[in-house]
Ligand binder design. Structure first.
Ligand code: NDP
Length: 334
């Protein structure tokens, strides 16, 4: 799991009192993760009187705190920004009594009926039900300039940020289904989309390849790799290695306004893998139409189990499902 900076402007930085080690603490419902899925699960679980404890992870508020404006979450007619929205969700979860704590789950033991989760390698919590909402982390290329322009022309979510590039020129890097989907989505908004592909073929499904090929304003730059992003304060151009043979490369430059990463996501499921079934890429498998994992009493929601939709609103919906499933499960145990 990536380590993230906690957001300074969120309401809570953790409550030292509630963070204090409580020997043999046993809760009904433990929620791990503080994105839209985790907080929505908390709102529902708290209202059902499950007295949930929610651990935020290192990036309080999740991936949305790395985006600027959020215009597609229902209920915000004038839009909002990701950090403010997550602060609102936290406030709403607390209002119904969720105990929100700052800490990172470092190991789990789901072998027994009572689940054990260790936070920060020292605090052990026992829980009758656990909701996993640890999300996924977008992969970045690892360039210094990419970091510099994050939120200033660099994005890992076309559906979140594409709108700001109306009639502009953007580049998408990647060759899988995500890249193909993001490129075609952006092509409907932007004047021109460069798709930067490191090989001479796409990994994307045939149907998506077909869409890319048939979209006039997408230009695929085959066998290109990103060298550096440039610009004064915001992204204005990208330098690329253009490979012509084994060792032969030249550097080419394109003027762009936005640069979208689409080289995959990593679901934050590593610490659960000894107990929880995942697919080959690490996404948690849930029973279709539910949030149930293979372990009774453990539920998963949000991007941790969704590689297709990955939206705040779908994550929130799945968080609601997880809380309802947990409530039913606990009811059946009585
Ligand atoms: P993938 O792992 O499938 O593809 C990643 C792409 O990024 C590959 O083309 C890869 O290149 C490229 N890449 C990786 N690292 C780098 C790098 N450092 N520099 C340049 N390029 C790089 O990830 P996706 O997110 O596209 O898809 C993940 C899964 O989700 C897949 O199973 C996909 O089918 C699924 N998905 C399904 C959707 C749907 O059903 N609607 C939508 C989106 C995703 P290379 O090919 O050379 O390895």
């Amino acid at each position: 799991m990536d380590l993230f900076k906690p957001m300074d402007n969120l309401e809570s930085k953790g409550n030292p009192e509630s963070n204090a080690e409580k020997a043999n603490e046993h809760v009904q419902c433990l929620i791990i993760g503080s994105g839209p899925a985790g907080y929505t699960a908390a709102i529902y679980a708290a209202r059902a009187n499950l007295k949930p404890v929610l651990y935020t992870g290192m990036q309080m508020g999740g991936q949305l705190t790395t985006t600027t404006e959020v215009d597609n979450f229902p209920g915000y007619p004038d839009g909002t920004d990701g950090t403010a929205m997550m602060a609102d969700l936290e406030k709403q979860a607390r209002r119904f009594g969720t105990d929100v704590r700052f800490g990172l789950a470092t190991s789990v033991d789901f072998s027994g009926k009572v689940k054990k989760v260790t936070f920060d390698e020292k605090t052990v919590l026992m829980a009758d039900s656990v909701i996993l909402a640890t999300g996924a982390t977008a992969k970045y290329l690892g360039l210094e300039s990419e970091e510099k322009y994050k939120g200033y022309g660099v994005s890992a979510c076309a559906t979140c940020d594409g709108f700001f590039y109306r009639d502009k020129v953007v580049a998408v890097v990647g060759g899988g289904d995500t890249a193909a989907e993001e490129a075609t989505y952006l092509a409907g908004i932007c004047k021109k989309v460069y798709l930067i592909v490191r090989r001479d073929e796409l990994r994307a499904s045939k149907a998506m390849q077909h869409r890319v090929k048939n979209t006039e304003n997408i230009e695929v730059l085959w066998k290109h790799q990103t060298k550096e992003l440039k610009g004064e304060n915001v992204v204005q151009s990208v330098d690329l290695y253009k490979f012509k043979g084994e060792e032969n490369e030249e550097i080419v430059s394109y003027d762009i306004d936005g640069f979208f990463l689409a080289i995959g996501h990593t679901p934050n499921s590593d610490i659960f893998k000894d107990y929880i079934d995942t697919d080959e890429t690490g996404y948690v498998n849930t029973v279709p139409g539910t949030s149930k994992t293979n372990v009774p009493g453990v539920f998963a929601c949000g991007d941790l189990q969704d590689k297709v939709y990955r939206q705040a609103v779908t994550a929130a919906g799945s968080g609601c499902m997880a809380a309802l499933d947990a409530e039913r499960y606990l009811g059946e145990q009585e």
